[in-house]
Write a protein that binds this ligand. Structure first.
Ligand code: PLP
Length: 387
């Protein structure tokens, strides 16, 4: 398609737009069961549009929006056990945050240190980072509990090690690596330890208050250098919003680039991207203010209750079992003697989008789901598995 010579009036454009996006799958219809995103809270939408034109990449022009970002980072750092000296930025998501963490670790390391030790359950954003920055990934198998095998990770450390990565809320199963042990190792060996809590960051800090067991993963562990956390997943902010939080200013400065020509004055930019969405910042700030701690505890409690309800219903279907006990609101579902890829494809044809992983299907029990919305999916699955 080419750019038309004459433009259309905005009403016609918007009518066409709303008709066309009707054809997408919809969160509110219970069609999206395998995504870590959800419907942003309405306060996020309103805040996003209130700050629509702001660019925090040129801080001198938008000092108030930049102050909102600082406040946002300070609140999130506090949630993650960080202190006053923590620093960071609102980015586009977990991928960019992981990329930036690896960039900071690279700049901190000696030139011969280019190896990253991470579990083989880590998100594919680390493969992208490795390709872009010419890093070597040392993938450590997960153990019988689907967590990084720490003994093997420790054995892989050598003089070329640049960083260790642990995951808090794995993409496939929502589980947490033994980060306490990784922290001990990082302290003892002076290695950069990055935690990918893109998903778990807005779940794990609230689990205990919601009445569920949790795991240590954050800056309360002295070896943790930086953490990825995505408000556009369980934080209920608007897409795009992922944050990278550093333990302190010193670590945050490794990714600095001096820029002299900005309209708002010279600046030291610490992010990969230049122009950055102030709208995303406003939306994250707004959800944090709106939910407060108790709001997120409620959100997580509801998600966990529904996760356990769904687990019970799934296990009543003959041949269906779970990969493991859920820790967060993610279920790995196995179906005996059935082609899981085929089941996922057939479910999608019926407008139930689940994720297919090697050996299991993933359901992420996000806040847009309810028992009522899940009932037709359960009926469909039961019918498919029964035939
Ligand atoms: N890290 C983890 C653990 C994830 O599960 C994901 C996405 O699901 C990411 C990083 C990447 O996040 P994004 O898609 O926002 O870039």
């Amino acid at each position: 398609m080419r750019l038309a010579n004459e433009g259309l009036d905005s009403d016609s454009v918007l009518t066409e737009l709303s008709e066309r996006i009707q054809g997408d799958l919809h969160f509110e219809r219970g069609q999206i069961l395998g995504s870590m995103c959800t419907i942003p809270d309405s306060v996020a939408r309103d805040a996003y549009f209130a700050a629509f034109e702001k660019n925090v990449g040129d801080p001198g022009l938008f000092p108030e929006t930049v102050a909102l970002e600082r406040e946002t980072i300070s609140i999130i750092a506090g949630l993650l056990g960080g202190g006053e000296e923590a620093a960071g930025a609102v980015l586009t998501g977990g991928t960019e945050a992981n990329l930036q963490a690896m960039w900071s670790a690279k700049r901190r390391a000696r030139p011969e240190q280019r190896e990253v030790i991470l579990p083989d359950s880590a998100h594919f954003s680390f493969d992208k980072a490795a390709d872009i920055m010419d890093l070597k990934l040392i993938k450590i198998p997960v153990d019988g509990r689907y967590q990084m095998d720490v003994a093997r990770a420790e054995a892989a450390i050598n003089e070329r090690t640049m960083a260790i990565v642990g995951v808090a809320g794995t993409t496939g199963l929502g589980l947490v690596d033994p980060i306490e042990q990784l922290s001990h190792i990082a302290v003892a060996r002076g290695i950069y330890l990055h935690i990918d809590a893109a998903f778990g960051g807005f779940v794990l800090p609230f689990l205990a208050d919601a009445g569920y067991p949790t795991r240590a993963f954050d800056f309360s562990l002295p070896g943790v250098s930086s953490i990825t956390i995505d408000p556009h997943k369980m934080g209920r902010a608007a897409i795009p919003a992922g944050c990278l939080i550093y333990r302190n200013e010193e670590l945050a400065r490794y990714s600095e680039t001096h820029v002299s020509y900005m309209a708002g004055g010279e600046t030291n930019q610490r992010t990969i991207t230049g122009t950055r969405s102030g709208a995303s910042v406003a939306a994250v700030w707004a959800v944090l203010k709106h939910f407060g701690r108790s709001g997120y505890v409620r959100l997580v409690r509801q998600a966990m209750e529904l996760t356990y309800w769904l687990r019970g219903r799934l296990e009543q279907i003959p041949g269906v079992t779970l990969v493991c006990e859920p820790l967060t609101n993610v279920l790995g579902v196995k179906v005996e003697r059935r082609d899981l890829f085929k089941i996922a494809t057939e479910l999608r044809a019926h407008h139930f989008a689940v994720s297919f992983f090697e050996g299991y299907l993933r359901i992420v029990v996000m806040p847009h789901l309810t028992g009522e919305l899940l009932a037709p999916f359960l009926r469909e699955l039961e019918q498919m598995v029964g035939h």
